[in-house]
Structure formats: C-alpha cells, structure tokens
Write a protein of this length. Structure first.
Length: 291
C-alpha cells in the first residue's frame, strides 16, 4: 500500500464469504460493511448469482453498493438503468457448450441477460438431477423450456451451466471443461441449495472474471489496484484475490485461493469477514476515512 493512500474499494464475494452456511449475514459482518462504507469505500458485491438474487441479499443491508453477477459477466449499480459492464458468450460458442454438456447426460441451464428485467433461464427439460430441479424450483417463473436447447435463438447469453453432484457428474464436467478450455473460462464449484450441497459447472466468455468486471466498472482501479480490498473463498474469486492490493481468503477457501492471498482469515461460520475488516477499520492496515 502506498503511504497515505486510502483503500477505496471493498470487493466482497457472496456465498461462502459474506453469507454463512445458513445463507445469513451475521450482525458483525453487517456492522463491518457499514463501517467500511461510512469510511468512504465503494462496496462491490460479486457473485456467481444473477443480479436479482444479489439484490435480494444486498438491499436489506441498507448501504449503497454495486453488483457483479454471473461470475463477472455482468456489472451494474442498483437503481441505475444502464448496465456498466457485460461480457456475453459468442453466439456460436454457447450452443457448442450446451450441446457438449447435454451429450454427457448433464442437466443444463443457459442464462440470458436482460436489464432492467430479470434474466431468463433456458433449459432442455424441467426434469433432471435433483440439484438442478432444486435450482429450477427457485426460478420457475423465469424458466423457459427449449426443445432443441443448443439450436434455440437465445439472445445475450452470459453463462451456460450444469448442476449435479457425485463422481459421475464431476467426471463428465471435467471432460467438457478440458475439451473447451481454449474457448471458454470454466470451473466447477460447490453450490448449496435447500440445505443440500451439490456442484455447479459454469462456462463463460474466455475473458470473464469478477476482477475483469470490476476493472471494467471502475477504470481508475486499473491504475491503482493497491486501493482495492478483495475477499473470497472459491475458484471464481482467484483473479480478484490475486489482483487486489489486499487479497483476503476465507478460512473455508480453496487451497488454491489461500495460496495467492495476502491474508487468510476465519471461515464464514466464524465471522471471518469481520475478523479481517475490523483491524483495518480500527486503523491497523491503512484504512483512512475520506469524509
């Protein structure tokens, strides 16, 4: 950190970081975010979730914030009509991904970006793996069934995903990810739904990441990444933890993420986010009020 330069941005992952394993924001974490915003930081909530889902979590905070959704494919500020950043899959690319996943027998979702309207979720069928059906159940009103999913005329596709669990799902996902690694950015990670753990395997435009979206939304941060605090736990947080001036890995983070972090804090069920932020807010680490 440059002497006298305040932190200006707080980039926070959602699931596994801000939210505990019960999907809650603890009073300590809520208070730490409030103090950070009061000190002058721009709060950016970043997640693999869609932006309506992020809004449901973020708006009760009662704080000004920005959103990065779909793993970095979309960036926007609530109550502002214009979207400040998008990175859609090419029209020729997403059908290949969907077809490859369906050929492996996986339950597939194609996410179509709309704003200010909510996104749409296109599927080949409403039936599939129980983890997939649990996700569809949450978003049933926004789902559209396309009999020939890879051939459907779907606009503004920001993500293709498969949901499932178990060794067969992981092996099939790994085969598709390896086959398409030169034409997409992809990863597989834990997704907690209806009190059950499963996996989601996601495919994006090759240049998609939370860090790229953040830099697209805040070009001045490209010149001063040392002004950014980033906190996360999963594979899709890797770029932002490595790129930020202070990259913080949760105690429940992957080993890969911990290896690139500047600091490892407690886990998300033990107020790890607050444990990391409070010393900075108390003056140990360069957090300077801008008010």
């Amino acid at each position: 950190m440059e002497p006298g330069l305040p932190w200006r941005y707080l980039l926070v992952d959602m699931d596994g970081t801000l939210l505990n394993s019960r999907g809650e924001i603890t009073p300590r974490s809520r208070a730490a975010l409030g103090r950070a915003v009061q000190a002058g930081l721009e709060l950016v909530l970043a997640s693999g979730r869609t932006y309506p889902s992020l809004l449901r979590v973020g708006e009760p905070l009662g704080l000004p914030f920005h959103l990065i959704s779909n793993g970095g494919a979309v960036g926007l500020t609530p109550r502002v009509e214009a979207v400040s950043y998008t990175n859609c899959l090419a029209a020729a690319a997403w059908p290949e991904i969907a077809e490859a996943l369906l050929a492996e027998g996986l339950s597939v979702l194609v996410f179509s970006h709309r704003h200010p309207g909510p996104p749409l979720f296109y599927v080949a069928s409403l039936q599939g793996h129980p983890h997939f059906e649990a996700y569809i159940g949450r978003h049933h009103a926004l789902c559209r069934v396309a009999d020939n999913l890879p051939g459907a005329p779907i606009p503004a596709v920001v993500e293709v995903a498969a949901l499932g669990s178990g060794a067969q799902f992981e092996a099939a996902s790994a085969r598709v990810m390896a086959r398409l690694e030169d034409r997409s950015r992809n990863h597989s990670m834990v997704l907690f739904l209806n009190r059950n753990f499963g996996k989601i395997t996601e495919f994006f435009h090759p240049a998609t990441s939370k860090w790229a979206a953040f830099q697209g939304m805040f070009p001045e941060a490209v010149r001063r990444p040392q002004s950014v605090i980033a906190i996360g736990d999963e594979a899709n947080d890797l770029d932002m933890i490595a790129g930020a001036g202070l990259g913080i890995a949760m105690g429940n983070a992957t080993n890969e993420l911990k290896a690139v972090a500047d600091l490892v804090t407690g886990d998300n069920d033990a107020d790890g986010l607050a444990d990391a932020l409070e010393p900075l807010l108390n003056g140990d680490g360069g957090l300077v009020s801008q008010g």
